[in-house]
Ligand binder design. Structure first.
Ligand code: TNX
Length: 515
């Protein structure tokens, strides 16, 4: 009897010990490693318990909010294996997770949100549905990185108020030099969504490949889509597949920006249609990685019929406001011809209801109202564009190029713009990077991933991670709230998130990853 008592005491003690030591109950929300760093986090020191019976509610009558609620349940299922009920409601519930849209003031803007985690209820509220989506991403970062069976999931209570520094936070994927499947692009979209990026720019054509079906010019994909760098089989998206990508992105609050690069970088088109060449002869397909040797024939009328058809067909399946006309490295197009071409092409883009984006070289043309230049190399071009009233997307190659090697030992990538270690990628401010170009001129930031050396999704992951979350933070978090030494600690915590997502990432020695 006495022995039994002692035994039960030991057992009780052991259980207590296990509970208190093996399960750290999170109670301090400010300790969570959020990326991007939110504007403000206030902890209230308690815990919300997410269980199998937690219901996800959304405010009734708000277009798009049900879809956002569904997105949350899919993620909760992935993490905790639970399938929460989704209900619409007219009144704020007393328990569960509640998404709502209302007037939360100008400061929160189009994308800001308030995430309030109470003991019984989690409220995500915003001016717009987009804000609720970003609030969900923040909430997900309070949960275990990967799948867990340890229910309930405990979440520290408190309030996060948050909004982005820039409205344009993007990445670019070059699907022309190497082609990537719809499935790969969707996975890349998921990466962007997890870090609150809202733009995916698809580089759909280049010398080595034409990657989007154009029904009125079918040889573009039949011939121009048939290979890639290194001579592989290439590929292209049918218009239906492109639409599938656009819709997948839309559900994650991401705008697809299609780019048809012209008048240079057009060998795939020139090989497909002889009439686009000034000498009337089709070129050979190209599978190398040189740039600057091709040009459309800018003084032939058929060229503008071609551009008109391409812009018309792509614009019709692109809900986003932009069309990117490329315009970079047209080294064999005389400047007069280049300016004439860019001017005519801008008018075509406007005619089909889209806003023009081009690489910084398009500054030489007469820019249409609402044009945006993407700064990648030339400060003078960019300033000239701003002088002509254009806005700027910041993609300085020395800082923002995801295809640059991390250091001299990186087996993938190029290094013409330098080596870009994770700290180099993080430590810069778009609004002060170029003297004379200030926040008012800048839409935001984009990190391009050119694919001359990148051939599959694992290699995409290796070049994008861990730099991509840093670019996301530069786009979202104000410069005075950013600091590399503090950021690298948070980034280290995301290593287990990358692992849980099966992301093949570069374990930079500059980041104190957990072992
Ligand atoms: C420059 S950036 C290019 C691309 C290459 C890239 C490789 C830009 C507008 N043009 O054609 O793929 O360098 O880093």
């Amino acid at each position: 009897m006495k022995n039994n008592l002692v035994l039960s005491a030991i057992m009780a003690f052991t259980i207590l010990f296990q509970v208190s030591c093996t399960k750290k109950i999170p109670t301090d929300l400010t300790k969570t490693s959020f990326i991007p760093k939110p504007v403000s986090v206030v902890a209230t020191g308690e815990t919300f318990e997410l269980t199998r019976s937690t219901v996800v509610y959304y405010q009734e009558g708000v277009e798009g909010l049900q879809q956002t609620a569904q997105y949350l349940t899919v993620e909760l299922n992935r993490i905790g294996g639970i399938t929460p009920t989704v209900n619409s409601t007219a009144e704020a519930p007393a328990s569960g997770i509640y998404l709502s849209v209302g007037d939360h003031g100008q400061e929160l803007g189009e994308e800001g949100y308030v995430l309030n985690i109470g003991k019984k209820v989690i409220n995500i509220s915003a001016n717009r549905v987009a804000g609720c989506f970003f609030g969900i991403q923040t909430l997900l970062q309070t949960m275990p990185a990967g799948q867990t069976t340890a229910l309930p999931i405990e979440i520290a209570t408190g309030t996060i108020r948050d909004f982005p520094e820039f409205g344009y936070r993007g990445a670019m994927l070059d699907v022309a030099r190497h082609f990537f499947s719809v499935q790969d692009v969707k996975r890349f979209i998921d990466f962007l969504a997890a870090y609150k990026m809202n733009v995916l720019h698809l580089h759909l054509s280049d010398d080595q490949g034409w990657r989007i079906e154009i029904k009125s010019w079918p040889k573009l994909t039949e011939i121009g889509g048939s290979t890639e760098v290194g001579g592989g089989e290439g590929g292209f998206y049918t218009q239906e597949q492109y639409t599938e990508i656009v819709n997948y992105a839309l559900e994650r609050n991401i705008t697809i920006i299609p780019e048809i690069d012209m008048p240079g970088h057009t060998n795939a088109a020139l090989a497909s249609y002889a009439e686009l060449n000034c000498n009337g002869k089709a070129t050979e397909l190209y599978t190398g990685i040189e740039v600057g040797f091709s040009t459309l024939c800018t003084r032939k009328e058929i060229t503008y019929q071609f551009v008109d058809d391409v812009v018309r067909e792509i614009s019709a399946i692109t809900p986003g406001p932009y069309f990117h006309i490329g315009g970079d490295e047209s080294l064999v197009t005389p400047l007069d011809d280049y300016v004439y071409f860019i001017n005519r092409v801008q008018d075509i883009v406007v005619k089909y209801g889209k806003k023009v984006i081009g690489w910084d070289e398009i500054a030489h043309a007469t820019l249409v109202d609402g044009a945006t230049v993407q700064f990648w190399a030339d400060v003078n071009n960019t300033k000239m564009a701003v002088g002509k009233g254009a806005k700027v997307i910041m993609s300085p190659a020395k800082k923002a190029y995801l295809d640059m090697k991390y250091d001299s030992t990186t087996h993938l990538g190029l290094h013409w713009a330098g080596y870009i270690e994770v700290d180099t990628a993080y430590i810069w401010d778009p609004a002060s990077y170029v003297a004379g170009i200030t926040k008012e001129n800048i839409l935001g930031i984009e990190s391009p991933l050119w694919s001359e050396t990148v051939t599959n999704i694992d290699e995409i992951e290796y070049m994008a991670f861990p730099r991509l979350p840093g670019y996301a933070e530069i786009g979202w978090t104000a410069p005075d709230a950013r600091n590399w030494d503090e950021y690298k600690q948070r980034l280290a915590q995301h290593g287990k998130r990358f692992e849980a997502m099966n992301i093949d990432f570069y374990r930079s020695p500059l980041v104190p990853w957990e072992q």
